[in-house]
Design a protein around this ligand. Sequence first.
Ligand code: UDP
Ligand code: MG
Length: 333
Amino acid sequence: MSEIISYPLEVSIVVPIYNEEENLEELLRRVSEAMTPTGRSWELICIDDCSSDASATLLEQFAASRPWLHPLYLIRNYGQSAAMQAGFDAAAGAVTVTLDGDLQNDPADIPGLLDLLDQRPEIDIISGWRKNRQDRFINRKLPSMIANGLISRMTGVHLHDYGCSLKVYRSESIRDVKIYGELHRFIPALAAQFGAKVIEVPVSHHPRMRGKSKYGIDRTLRVVLDLLWVKFLLRFLHRPMHAFGGAGVALLLPGLLSLAILVFEKLFLGENIGTRPLLLLGVMLTLMGVQLIAMGLLGELLIRIYHEPAGRAQYLLRTGPRRRGKNGHEPSA
Ligand code: UDP
Ligand code: MG
């Protein structure tokens, strides 16, 4: 991240809001109570994700008397990730903080996390860890434990709690990360790809007191599908031929071998091969192999289009050597 960016504000707090009318007023009060004593300049960006309750109207009213509140209104319900992205795009602060609008995260945790970020210049992202999570075990905590294990393992960024919304980012560390669908939980893993250093810190968590959770158990499956996509993105975005070409060659070789055996038997042994299962297998493997290799080539072409017209470099440079933790290790929580 080579350009020097100057930020007009110190902290932007980004909160997606979908049908949280009963929580809004208390959210604003508690954020303001937490932030005002810090003496930092800050703003609160509440993105109304096209709520069907009074959230949007309330935000508009509250903003009239609160200069630090910036509401955004999405034209339809895009989901939590898109709402957060809208907030990131609008955020003017050098540091961006995210939290949920239902007060399950505690705004009082923010100042401590900001101080920690100040003390640790080598860190770019502090991810909250709901160590004492106040959700049901069977349908929330258990699937989330499994998901966190899988995500950590597959992305190489080890966190106990990807799903915690309370996170603190140096804004430039997420500038190149674009999220949509339900990718918000993967921000630390995606940002790590752009060189961000992530640590995890325990934060408080409360049961939802008012309003309803917007998610059910079906989210688990979507998280797993997203993980496959993220894994693919992290690993193969820059070399699709390796993803498809490898599999293609692995199918093509046995396919060609099978056909070669059949050709040999037909020509030299005079056998009838028309009814041989090996023929079907050989043809299938060969075709699939060729298709996959062709897909890899197409992928490579797409990557050229991705990188070249936009003038994107295939790599990112640091402004200086990586700052290290005290004992020379990568800093961790
Ligand atoms: N949210 C949103 N759009 C949606 C669903 C949720 O902006 O389509 C917001 C919601 O208002 C809340 C946050 O995302 O601020 C997390 O949602 P929720 O508390 O329902 O999730 P849970 O805590 O149950 O995982
Ligand atoms: Mg919640």
